[in-house]
Design a protein around this ligand. Structure first.
Ligand SMILES: Cc1cc2nc3c(=O)[nH]c(=O)nc-3n(C[C@H](O)[C@H](O)[C@H](O)COP(=O)(O)OP(=O)(O)OC[C@H]3O[C@@H](n4cnc5c(N)ncnc54)[C@H](O)[C@@H]3O)c2cc1C
Length: 318
């Protein structure tokens, strides 16, 4: 049976949700799943993974904070030692940095940002959007190891309830690159790529202050991040880290609410795979309504506060 090696990220001694989704993708391909973790807190985080489809976890000592090339060599070595035929990581910043390096060390191609992974007879197939979502590509690899990153929110975490064997791996050392310091982003807000609910504002928010009502709506949801169109970012109302679209982040949340956004193709490229899309716009002919599952024609400054009150009431009622 093919063994899948999954790189699992963790923070505060717990695995990150994006990595649990990646484990979920792995369990749909094989019953033999090995998680590989790195750095302080790895052992503690690994204990939770038995419930999410991993039979084994290998904790690498890593370096503090970390070495991109050193980690890649250590992870590639684990794939080789375990006879892994599949290597997966979540398409987070860390996963996107690590995976091409690992794939290159394994002399394999990397399929990045996949939205589906399936078995097709003896081979594995990856599906991913190309050309800003205009084309959906189905890909197969002839390389020795099938390497892919999984798009956030595109896969479900597996709830298997099994046990896990945790062991310690080795680090080869000899780092060429060493990250000296990582600064946490301010406010501890959810990243748009990871949040299950994303509320994005556009030029229709009028100014930076206008976004306050979106922050309030996000707070009412409790699990939402605020995103922005490029027009809002270019105007200096929000940071580039929040930009959704072709030249921003690609998100795929369960719920995407586009507020005062017209629906330019470059914006759609970043959010069209969201599960449910809601658009709020005063122009009934705005292109965003063609993609939206639900549309509200109205002024954002009237609709959004009413929505916030409704969400808060629903959450208070449990
Ligand atoms: C190479 C390239 C890359 C790009 N990359 C990106 C990208 O990554 N992300 C991105 O978003 N864009 C990107 N763009 C820009 C994109 O083409 C659009 O210009 C941009 O998305 C428009 O942003 P917007 O919808 O906020 O603004 P607009 O198009 O100006 O739309 C504002 C909308 O708000 C509505 N509105 C105004 N006031 C109210 C109100 N009070 N109540 C309700 N509705 C209201 C209007 O009816 C309108 O539909 C890119 C463009 C290029 C050329």
């Amino acid at each position: 049976m093919t063994t899948a090696i999954v790189f699992v990220e963790h923070s505060d001694n717990a695995p990150r949700r994006a990595s649990l989704e990646c484990l979920g993708a792995a369990t749909s391909l094989t019953d033999s799943v090995v998680a590989v973790l790195s750095g302080a807190g790895a052992e503690e985080a690994a204990k939770a993974l038995g419930a999410h489809g991993a039979g084994r976890a290998i904790c690498l000592p890593g370096s503090d904070p970390f070495s991109p090339d050193g980690l890649a060599r250590d992870v590639a070595a684990v794939v080789g030692e375990q006879g892994g035929g599949i290597f997966l990581a979540a398409a987070t910043s860390r996963g996107r940095d690590l995976s091409p390096r690992v794939a290159a060390l394994l002399d394999s191609a990397l399929f990045s940002d996949c939205t589906a992974l399936v078995r097709a007879g003896e081979s594995l197939r990856a599906t991913r959007p190309w050309l800003a979502g205009k084309v959906i590509a189905t890909l197969e690899s002839s390389g020795p190891v099938f390497c892919a990153t999984t798009r956030l929110n595109a896969f479900n975490a597996a709830e298997t309830g099994g046990t896990i064997e945790v062991s310690t791996g080795n680090s080869g050392g000899d780092f060429r690159e060493l990250v000296k310091e990582l600064s946490a982003k301010s406010g501890g807000q959810l990243d748009v790529k990871e949040a299950p609910v994303v509320i994005s504002g556009g030029r229709g928010m009028k100014d930076a202050d206008g976004f306050k009502i979106l922050d309030e709506l996000a707070a009412a949801f409790g699990n939402a991040a605020v995103g922005a169109s490029r027009a809002a970012v270019d105007a200096g109302w929000r940071s580039h880290a929040e930009q959704v679209g072709q030249t921003g982040k690609v998100v795929s949340p369960q719920l995407y609410i586009a507020v005062g956004i017209s629906g330019a193709i470059q914006h759609l490229a970043g959010m069209k795979t969201s599960t449910t899309i809601v658009a709020i716009n005063k122009d009934a002919d705005a292109p965003i309504f063609k993609l939206a599952d639900y549309g509200i024609v109205g002024d954002v400054f009237e609709v959004v506060p009413a929505l916030t009150a409704a969400v808060a009431t629903l959450r208070a009622e449990g």
